[in-house]
Write a protein that binds this ligand. Sequence first.
Ligand SMILES: [Fe+2]
Ligand SMILES: [Fe+2]
Length: 190
Amino acid sequence: MMERKDEFVEVLKAKLQEKRFKHSLNVADAALELAKRYGEDEERAYICGLLHDVEKNSPEEEQKGYMLRFDDIPEVVVATPKLWHAPAGAAFVRDELGITDPEMVSAIKYHTTAKANMTMLEKIIYIADFISDERDYPGVDEVREAAFRDINEAVLIGTRFTLEDLLRQGRVINQDTIDAYNEVCKYFNY
Ligand SMILES: [Fe+2]
Ligand SMILES: [Fe+2]
């Protein structure tokens, strides 16, 4: 996988704006550190982190086209353009870059919404996106700490943050995010 890193970086340079490109490098680094901490394959984690937002700056029509190559996209996701880049990116790496490892494809597909029963790789990419170097939202240090203490605690914080945000804005909620929250919630008492 690592032998294709330069090729993937060139793809990202062509498809992403500068800010998103830097974010992608930072998420790759964070994913690598988390993989070391949790004994996950470091190369898979790095490459997934690198490519997770590959479709983020693409025209909506392109994103929608790639997303709809999956036949299991929830209605809520189809109705929310902000969520398209994750499944779109997953289809892009599978169909255009030949990344067939289903866990890698899935980690990119669910990096925004999360879902229940995530694999360690899926959790790592979901959390790496929250704690990458350039992130500076209030509470980011708490998430960084939690990420290396117990990744499920970080998933709880992340999903709760997303759900609170969506509720506050009166937006529709993806069932996968609720399922992810419920699954990790039972482990912790806040
Ligand atoms: Fe994303
Ligand atoms: Fe991201």
